[in-house]
Design a protein around this ligand. Structure first.
Ligand code: 5GP
Length: 191
């Protein structure tokens, strides 16, 4: 039996509520850790550097990419986002189950590099509801909302590449479903 944690690829379109589900998972299960990504996007109000993201310049981002410092990275709505390798490797070594909350292009890179990755796609109950949630967040301008809705349509085309799809109709139910999926995989890996 290995003490190494498992890697979980956790994807869902912007506004679907994956961050809210993630918060619940972290509260409920101390074996779960969330990888903190690097991004060139500007912080939103309330976002803390080093907690929600490492906010970096494009130059620094590219420097780390050139040094092979990312598990994956991708451009999303004109900003770069990437998963720093070292941090994830360390957490897995320590036995944590590490979630990568990332978009589809990065997700596909992870599936290639780690064929055993547990992959979960969070779905909105409907596109109308997704748009309502994006607007309700009140953090993005109209043009950004439009861009993110278009991006969502694109991302949804890849949902079947993921092993599990969870609809976020109710946050509690969705969080329970994700926890069940992770625990089942852990049980299988102990057999
Ligand atoms: P947001 O700007 O809303 O925080 O994130 C936009 C999208 O980028 C979301 O789908 C989010 O999951 C994704 N994202 C966050 N970090 C990473 C990362 O390290 N790599 C990739 N490929 N996507 C990421």
């Amino acid at each position: 039996m290995s003490n190494k944690g498992i890697l979980v690829l956790y994807t869902g379109c912007s506004g679907v509520g994956k961050g809210t589900i993630m918060k619940k998972l972290l509260e409920r299960d101390s074996s779960i850790r969330l990888s903190v990504s690097n991004t060139t996007r500007a912080p939103r109000e309330g976002e803390i550097d080093g907690v929600h993201y490492n906010f970096v310049s494009r130059e620094d981002f590219i420097r780390l990419a050139d040094a092979d410092g990312y598990i994956e990275y991708a451009e999303y709505c004109k900003n770069l986002y990437g998963t720093p390798k070292r941090q994830v490797e360390e957490m897995l070594e320590q036995g944590y189950n590490v979630f990568l909350e990332i978009e589809v292009k990065g997700g596909l890179q992870v599936m290639e590099k780690f064929p055993d990755v547990l992959s979960i796609f969070i779905l909105p109950p409907s596109m109308e509801e997704l748009e309502r949630r994006l607007r309700g967040r009140g953090t993005e301008e109209e043009s950004v909302i439009k861009e993110r809705m278009e991006q969502a349509e694109e991302e949804l085309k890849f949902k079947d590449k993921y092993q599990y799809r969870v609809i976020n109709d109710d946050v509690e139910t969705a969080a329970n479903e994700v926890l069940d999926i992770v625990r089942r995989r852990l049980e299988d890996s102990y057999r």
